[in-house]
Every structure is written in C-alpha cells, then in structure tokens.
Design a protein around this ligand. Sequence first.
Ligand code: 5AD
Length: 428
Amino acid sequence: MCYAIPGRVVELNDRVAVVDYFGEHRKVVNEFDNLAVGDYVYAQGGFVVQRVSREAAEETLETWREAFFELQKVDEKLSNVNPPTAGKDFLELMDKASLGRPLSSDEILRLLGSEDDGELKLLYTTANLMRKRNLKNSCCVHGIIEFSNHCRRDCAYCGIRQGNGSLPRYRMTVDEIVDAAGEAVNVHGFKALVLQSGEDSWYSIERLTETIRRIKEECGVLIFMSVGERGRECYRRMYEAGARGVLLRFETSNRELYGRFHPGGKLSDRLKLIRHAADLGYLVATGSLIGLPGQTTEDLMNDILLTKELGAEMHSFGPFIPNPDTPLAGAVPSEVDSVLKVLAVSRLLSPDAKILVTTALETLDPDAARMGLLAGANSLMIKLTPGEYGKNYALYPGIQSNKTTEDRITETLELLYSLGRAPTDLGI
Ligand code: 5AD
C-alpha cells in the first residue's frame, strides 16, 4: 500500500532536486548523500524521504499510471458541476476570489457569516475549484501516533487536561513508538507521520530525540512532532535529530479567549514558539478550534489570516466538541458548516496550502471528510495509535469504533478514489 507516487530525479542543484511525476516536475529538498540524477525517490512535504530501487519504483508506477489519469478525470468531472446560484453580490465576490484578487475584511466576514444554502454551496464549489486548479487531485494522507495522554496543561476544552481524574493514562515506550512507526511506514506505506502527545515531560529531550533518530534509521519518513510547548531547545534538538515538521495549533487568535481557556498560558508565548519552529526550518502545521464559546466571526477571520501569516504548510482547523469531563462540558458544539466555511475561505485566501480535514470534524458527521474535501481541503490524517492506547487518547468524545488500521486505510482510500483524489504528496 502506498501513499505517495515515486518520482524520478531529473535535475540536482545543491540541495534541490527536481523530480518527475508522469511528466510533471516538482522541486524538493534533498538531504540524502549520493543522490543522483536518474534515481527514484518518494517525496513528502517538499523533502525527499525515501530512495527506492528502479524495479520497485517502476512496478508501483505501472500500477499507478492509468489510475493517475483516470482519477484526475473523475476529479475534473466532480469539480465542474454547474455552479449553484446565489445573489449578485455573492457571485461577484466568488468571481473576485477565484481570480486571486485579495478580499477585504468585510468581504471575508460576509462569506463566513453566510447562512444561506445556495451561497454556501457556491462558496464550497468555488473553493474546491481553486484547490483543483492550484494543486490538482493530490491529497496528503498522514498517519498519527498518539504516544502519551499525560499532560501538564489544563486547557478548559481538552479531555487529556491534567485536571481530568477519570481518564486512564498511558505512555508508550520509545520501543513501542519506534515499532508503531516502523509498521506504519514499512507495512502500511505511510510517508509522513505525526507523533503527538500531551505536554508530557516524562519524554525528556533525550527520549524524544532518540525516538526520532531511531525512526529515521529504520524508515524513510517525514516526521511531524506535536508535543506542545516544549521550549526552543527541545525544538532545535528534535530538528537536529531529523524531525522536519511541527504540528502546534495556536487554538484561537483572540488573546482574551486564549487566556480564558488556557490557564497559565499566553497566546504570545505560543506564537513565538510557532514562529521559532518555522525559523528553525520546520514545516509548520497550525490552526485553531472553531466554535469555542464566545468566539465571533471576526475571531474566525483572524484565525484564518494568522494561519496564513505564520506561513503554515498545513492549515489545521477543527470543530470544538464539548467533552463531559472538562469545564466546558455544557457548551454548544460547533456546527459542521462553521468548519466548512473556514476551510473554504482558507482555500480562497491560501490557494496553495495543504488544508486538513480533521478527525474531529469526522466525529460530527460521518460524511464530513467528503464534505471537507469538496470544500477546498486536500489533506487527511489516519489514526494509527495502537489498540487500547487509542481509546484513551480522548481529547473530545468520539464514536467508539472497533475499526482496525486496515479498515481505516481502506475506507479512506475508497473515499479518495470516489472523489478522484490520488493519495499522494508530490512535493512543493
Ligand atoms: N474538541 C475539539 N478539539 C479538541 N482538541 C482538544 N480538545 C478538543 C475538543 N474538546 C484539539 C486541540 C489540540 C488538538 C490536539 O486537539 O485543538 O491542539
């Protein structure tokens, strides 16, 4: 099974390799010694992550060749539906956005504030067309391993907050994490993994860097670390060990709301760390929670603009879902459309970004992944946390399912194929 298409190196200039995929050329950063023109590689997030033998690559490419162009045809057909109708002002706004002209704050608020079915359909269709025009049908499928649910923080919405005494806690050993990553890459074919945990200092810098180093030794994969506010030194050392991505949401761009929901935390500290990670060279995945109590449409606009300003490689916006074991137990959950609007407007403002459909959104509606992918999104994550551990990584209440990793992969691939999307990451 494979979540990326191998490409052939056709040019090498210093650290930049040009890779050919069925005639399309993409630039990627190469950190391998002795890579040569003519070699076959897998690239993820703009980095070469694996070299593959000519035989293995040609075999994979043979099975992909027809599917690649067939899927593009399906995507083309689904994207070019007759545009739904809406009022003249809304139609003009969509024309403006699809021409790539900047939208004013009032115009963004107009889009995010719409509750009209026709307008929303048009917004999603336009965002989907922009996704197709700029990024074709490729869709990133990253795996996520949630390795510890211990957390020293007390975020008001989060089920793994320190103050939640009713949650059974777990920590995976370094060996267990390395094994789970090895299986994800070598058995299931993932090319990018997110390693996520609460803010858990049991994982010293040494333990984290050892984990990263051992995974990199064992398999060619792009590693995103999602371990919260662990300090600049920790982020520097994790980069040195081989991690190339950081997933750290700023959660909300509203300073006052941030303070209210994150006891002892400061939005400015979090933003400094995200910017620091970007300066270190990490690919940054960030974003916010949609539907927090007290959040306004203006806040959502600022969340989208801040994500763009932070230069995020991947935009991660998900719905707030009240967790019964937290102080926000009684709050109202986010609506699916509130999230879809944010995804669609993000796409209009950041045509080239990777925009994620989160598992939280899928929890709100089993059809949400499809809806998100048709509203401008082009990335998904599959949970790979082993068995019992996965059940206890309970950030928000989810549908308890007995699905195996294989089931989840099969379902995701079926969904992607039905939409004409290729589970690939063709680099930058
Ligand atoms: N609903 C939705 N998302 C949540 N997260 C934490 N608690 C919840 C909740 N109740 C999200 C946070 C965090 C990510 C790992 O999980 O945004 O960044």
